[in-house]
Design a protein. Structure first.
Lengths: 255, 229
């Protein structure tokens, strides 16, 4: 096994695992699809990173934060449904990216390129992935309470602003990291598919979080390994693996 | 004589520029079972949210003792827990309760340990509602706010919820605020009633003294048929 493959596997496992764990909360809050437009909004940042030769995640992060603020402000100002905003933001992110992204270089930004990940990016993925998992774990029950009923959470003493901020920051980090692994087009799948599969097979909340993380990790390993054997890009293979896992869980789904 | 728990002076709540409540004055003694009664749109839920500090208001709310508040909001139903694999045990674990404590509160509302590993979304409507009551009680509140706690259950289930609350209220010396538009509940269970209406007519007092047919028709703005038991 080459050292490049080891680096790819380590970053892939941390990114996909933490994304899948966070995904269980996003699915519970019916926000899994939000990762989609955010990933698209990350594209201009990823494009800048490619043009100037720095880390895609680093370029993506400020744009994702901007995107979260944008969606949040637009929702307050216009009271439009999340799906309408999603449609607006989706295409705008892609369009803006192509203003300065040479189409020939677009592949890495669109579908990810974990196979060339460096040592520094790997270390960053490990640290940030671990931070997200710990932060999500610590705030899990409070965020679940908020998604059940905001006023209920407030009267039980949950600091809504604090936990919403933690939650949104976690999303921003995961989307930015996710662009490295699966590109801007498929970040929603990175959080949504393992969580959806886990929901099918879990009886309890703890099982839900564990199963989702496990599915995310397995998808990353299988996707990245099969990419090296087939010389197909890893991003789509990671997502396809998780889609297969999801399909396997459908017949045994607990509804 | 019981002591005053809460004084409300000149309460005014405005939502999106339109006044929902204004000039509202009343006080609640410790240990009251107060029903907040009124037709849809009269501001019952808004009043509760203002009392809980969930909405901005003008005027004064004076708590003479610091309350430990339990709240069952309107619209908290099984749809809210459908999107996740949340068992009854998980739901109580959100409050960091251990198994024995959970069972204690479940038995208080007449639920058996068998429900512990059921998904909250799979309980019957009545079981779910009783579980919520147990869940709220688990924070050991001395003041309970319940907003339409029986909307999701049938008439018999609703009656069970209200008698349950009545028993718990007696045993634990709670102060209870209940929002409803069900007149029968008022006469059967509450010590006091506060009525709100869209037409500015209000009343406050013991139900049998103040809820005359005249008052009710003014509050509801139409003929209301009801019978005292």
């Amino acid at each position: 096994m080459t050292s490049q493959l080891v680096l790819s596997l380590i970053s892939g496992v941390f990114i996909a695992g933490s994304a899948a764990y966070l995904g269980t909360l996003m699915l519970s809050r019916r926000m899994a699809v939000v990762a989609g437009p955010l990933g698209h909004l990350a594209l201009p940042g990823a494009a800048l990173a490619l043009v100037y030769g720095f880390s895609i995640s680093l370029g993506a992060f400020p744009f994702v934060v901007l995107g979260i603020l944008l969606i949040w402000l637009l929702e307050i100002r216009t009271k439009l449904q999340m799906e309408a905003l999603t449609a607006i933001v989706f295409a705008t992110g892609v369009a803006a990216a192509f203003l300065f992204l040479p189409i020939g270089k677009a592949e890495a930004a669109l579908i990810g390129d974990i196979s060339k990940v460096g040592v520094r990016e790997t270390i960053a993925s490990v640290i940030l992935g671990a931070v997200v998992v710990i932060a999500v774990n610590r705030s899990y029950s409070r965020i679940v309470l908020i998604s059940i009923h905001e006023d209920l959470a407030k009267t039980e003493g949950v600091n809504l602003k604090l936990y919403n901020l933690v939650y949104l920051l976690a999303i921003a980090i995961i989307v930015a990291l996710g662009v490295d692994l699966v590109g801007g087009l498929m970040t929603a799948a990175l959080v949504a598919i393992p969580a959806a599969a886990a929901r099918n097979v879990s009886k309890t909340l703890v099982q839900y979080g564990l199963a989702s993380t496990a599915f995310g990790v397995v998808s990353a390993i299988v996707g990245i390994l099969s990419a090296t054997f087939t010389s197909l890009p890893a991003g789509p293979l990671v997502i396809l693996t998780s889609a297969v896992i999801f399909l396997i869980t459908v017949p045994i789904a607990k509804v | 004589m019981s002591e005053i728990l809460l004084e409300v002076k000149d309460l005014e709540v405005t939502l999106d520029g339109s006044p929902i409540l204004s000039g509202l004055n009343f006080s609640v003694d410790e240990g009251e079972f107060l029903t907040i009664l009124g037709p849809n749109g009269s501001g019952k839920t808004v009043l509760v949210k203002a009392l809980l500090g969930l909405l901005p208001y003008h005027g004064e709310l004076i708590w003479h003792k610091k309350p430990v508040i339990g709240y069952l909001p309107q619209g908290l139903n099984q749809m809210s827990v459908r999107d996740m694999p949340l068992t009854v045990k998980d739901f109580f674990a959100l409050k960091k309760l251990d198994r024995d404590e959970i069972l204690k509160y479940l038995s208080l509302v007449g639920l058996e340990s068998g429900v512990l590993h059921k998904r909250a979304a799979h309980l019957s409507g009545g079981e779910f509602q009783r579980m919520l009551v147990a869940w709220v009680l688990a924070s050991r509140p001395n003041v309970l706010f319940l907003d339409e706690p029986a909307t999701a259950v049938d008439v018999a289930g609703g009656e069970t919820i209200y008698s349950l609350l009545r028993n718990i209220w007696q045993e634990r010396k709670l102060t209870i605020f209940i929002v409803t538009h069900d007149l029968n509940i008022v006469f059967a269970h509450s010590t006091h009633v506060l009525c709100l209406s869209r037409f500015g007519r209000r009343c406050y007092g013991a139900p049998k003294e103040i809820l005359t047919p005249e008052v009710l028709s003014e509050v509801y703005g139409a003929d209301v048929k009801f019978y005292t038991h």
